[in-house]
Design a protein around this ligand. Sequence first.
Ligand code: GLU
Length: 291
Amino acid sequence: MSGPVLRFAPSPNGYLHLGHAASALQNQRVAKELGGKMLLRIEDIDVGRTREEFVDVIKQDLEWIGFEWDGEVRRQSEHFADYQRAAEELVGQGLLYPCFATRAEIEAAARETGAARDPDGGWIYPGIWRGKSEAEVKARRESGEPFAMRLDMEKALLAATGLGGNQGLSYFEKGEGRGGARLAVDPALWGDVIVQRKDVPTSYHLSVVVDDALQGVTHVVRGLDLQAATAIHRLLQELLGLPEPQYFHHELIRDAEGRKLSKSDASTSLHSLRQAGWSRRDVLEKIGLAD
Ligand code: GLU
């Protein structure tokens, strides 16, 4: 067994902001404390929004704030075959189904059926394509229309726990300080999530769990905004027989109005601050990580 492995995993659809700096450096702090490896992974499955300039500047900004990574940088766009294989395993278990519905159709059906919202505020999928006949699916496939692959949540929970519902699924949250606790998760709050998008043969959730396992990641340090998604990640890990890392979801850096920082706001972008003459120390002080 190799030792602890951590990863910082930005998406190159914009410049990093102060919140990313805090996340990267907290990862690095934990990696050093544990004597582990620190990896950099570029989560660029969104090929339409990825720009090479962002990838280059992300690396420069990380070097500027003193974040150092070990080994090769993994780029998810170069590993679609790995995610496809994992999805096929889920298909083999009878847990995925194709969904041809458009965003507008989903919203209309969700409003009509009074569907609930998921933890990120999106509509819970109202089940339009769940349980459709093979003939109907075949006809649509033959028309060449793009489709997503969704997880049948009810079946998936039954397959993962043997019990159905959310019984038995949990993860270890390290939290601030020394302790930690096992927390129960409820993936059903997300409904039939997308495992493979219409445009690429994967999704954020699938690529993250596949890569964390392939790269031997033992400790996931990321913002509290991703804590709810851990429910889906634990479910996919169980279904795919992947190891379970520990998690530490840290507080987010917020603006003066208490809002989450946004990649579109130049005033907190590391790239702009660097150009405006900020020093590394200024960044560390601003995010409360100066020693
Ligand atoms: N790529 C994700 C993001 O930039 C982070 C993924 C993760 O840490 O699990 O928000």
